[in-house]
Design a protein around this ligand. Structure first.
Ligand code: AMP
Ligand code: MG
Length: 482
């Protein structure tokens, strides 16, 4: 499909008017393409040749009117660091329409395309560094098989944006099957707009859980699905070593997707208490707190849904969250260790493993990848930790456990290499790409994009990123200003 033939729909605009505000994008000056995501374009049905054209830059810059276009920003509230803020909303994201694809409606959104009714004190813009991070990271999560929003393209510009110093503005064209947040429900519940609340719930069910449309207790089932999807998402984050950093309820997706990439990080050395967000003074959103915060956020959603469903029934559903989370997390850990099936004693093996990794300052990704080649020779693994004895002790238990596995060593290796990535986009790698991009060199953005899409492949040309993070660059914190 050519860009000029794209037809968009705007199903969100069928909701009551309080839910959104119509607003036109304000294009950046002298915009240029930094990167386009060919696989996303293919999914949307956009021709490859279109991606190199001026039209495409205009499209991503919000400077091209699509057929059916009626752009708008969405209204929501949210708990930020535990405190309720009664109106947030898309302060710098503008929805430019939805495209129907074989995998359902995909909603296009420009992040950084200017002011909206919900911008509060902000300027509606996004800077290059945070846009590079979101663009690459959403694709990396997708490559890892973790539910996430994605992106079609990243553009830079000559537009000056102030963030303590002057930086350059950028736009990411984000794509998602849903942009509804827990906080969207909180907005209408807080303002006692129950008709809107109900309409929003019906919309979210049709959009993300259509199998529930004809269920008698559909709102209860809807909450049940969100609880389940959130538990699964948290298990994925913990198993892969991802710290989101800003798990406010406005950054929680009703469809269970990873959304709103800010000061996130992949773990370097394994550290349960790691805090990636510089402004998170007390570690509310630390790596180890994420599953519990997921539950806290679901409780906030439960309260917002209480005008539609009996709270007691939802409480019962929520009481299963920990079990759902644990089951999925342990399942993923078992897979990462190449175990054919879980046994009761495995819990002890996992505890022992995480304690060992924490004590030895083991690079999380490197450890599991190295273990994916383990055949009894411990040389390579011992190099991954600071001390030897705790690693030997754990490997002794692991050797014992493997005796109960029925797959052969080769089969185990093959399976482990498909769940333990060789590469994750650590912050030091992104930083390198951002610094080069700031000087107009996008080669590293392109390299990291390749890694992001195929994190389990060997990519021998990028081997320097497969080792542990250089000591001076480990476990850094990032600021929220983006
Ligand atoms: P975030 O922490 O990025 O998820 O943003 C929290 C809220 O602040 C959302 O309502 C955003 O739309 C809004 N926001 C963040 N940065 C800006 C900005 N530069 N201009 C306008 N609104 C913003
Ligand atoms: Mg947000």
């Amino acid at each position: 499909m050519k860009l000029k033939d794209i037809q968009v729909t705007n199903p969100y605009l069928n909701l009551p008017e309080l839910c959104y505000d119509r607003v036109k994008p304000s294009p950046l000056v002298d915009a240029y393409l930094i990167h386009a995501n060919l696989s996303m374009a293919q999914q949307l049905g956009i021709d490859k040749e279109e991606l190199d054209t001026r039209h495409f830059v205009n499209f991503v810059n919000g400077a091209m009117e699509l057929e059916g276009s009626d752009p708008f920003a969405m209204c929501y509230a949210g708990h930020q660091f535990g405190f309720f803020v009664e109106r947030l909303g898309d302060g710098r994201a503008i929805n430019i329409g939805s495209i129907t694809t074989p995998i359902g409606n995909q909603h296009l959104q420009l992040k950084g395309a200017g002011l909206t009714k919900y911008s509060r004190d902000g300027d509606g813009r996004a800077v290059l560094r945070s846009s590079v991070r979101e663009y690459l990271m959403s694709e990396a999560m997708h490559g890892l098989g973790i539910p996430t929003t994605r992106a079609l393209a990243l553009i830079g510009s000559a537009h000056s944006v102030y963030r303590g110093k002057w930086e350059k503005g950028a736009i990411v064209l984000r794509v998602s099957p849903s942009w509804v947040r827990f906080g969207t429900f909180e907005y209408f519940a807080h303002h006692k707009k129950y008709e809107e609340l109900k309409a929003l719930a019906d919309y979210a069910i049709a959009e993300s859980y259509p199998h529930l449309l004809d269920e008698a207790d559909k709102y209860l089932h809807f909450f049940t699905e969100v609880v389940g999807q959130t538990a699964i998402l948290m298990a994925h984050w913990q198993a892969v070593g991802f710290n989101h950093g800003v798990m406010n309820t406005d950054n929680m997706s009703i469809a269970g997707l990873t959304i709103d990439y800010g000061p996130y990080a992949f773990l370097d050395d394994y550290d349960f208490g790691y805090i990636c967000n510089h402004t998170d003074q007390f570690g509310r959103y630390s790596f180890g707190s994420q599953p519990a915060i997921g539950e806290w956020n679901l409780k906030a959603l439960m309260q917002a849904l209480s005008p539609l469903v009996e709270t007691e029934k939802m409480e019962k559903v929520l009481s299963h969250y920990s079990r759902l989370y644990n089951e999925r997390y342990l399942y993923l850990l078992g897979k990462k260790l190449g175990l054919d099936r879980l046994e009761e004693d495995d819990l002890e093996l996992f505890r022992h493993l995480l304690g060992m990794m924490q004590g030895l300052r083991v690079d999380y990704t490197l450890f599991f990848r190295t273990l994916s080649h383990y055949d009894g020779d411990r040389t390579a693994l011992l190099k991954v930790g600071l001390y030897h004895k705790p690693m030997h002790d754990w490997l002794d238990s692991y050797d014992e456990r493997l005796k109960k596995n029925s797959s052969s060593t080769e089969e185990r290796h093959a399976k482990m290499l498909m769940i333990n990535p060789k590469y994750v986009l650590k912050n030091y790698m992104l930083q390198e790409a951002i610094e080069a991009a700031g000087k107009g060199d996008y080669t590293l953005v392109d390299s990291l994009f390749k890694i992001a899409q195929h994190p389990y492949d060997e990519h021998l040309e990028f081997e320097r990123w497969a080792g542990s993070t250089p000591d001076e660059l480990k476990n850094k914190k990032l600021s929220c200003s983006s």
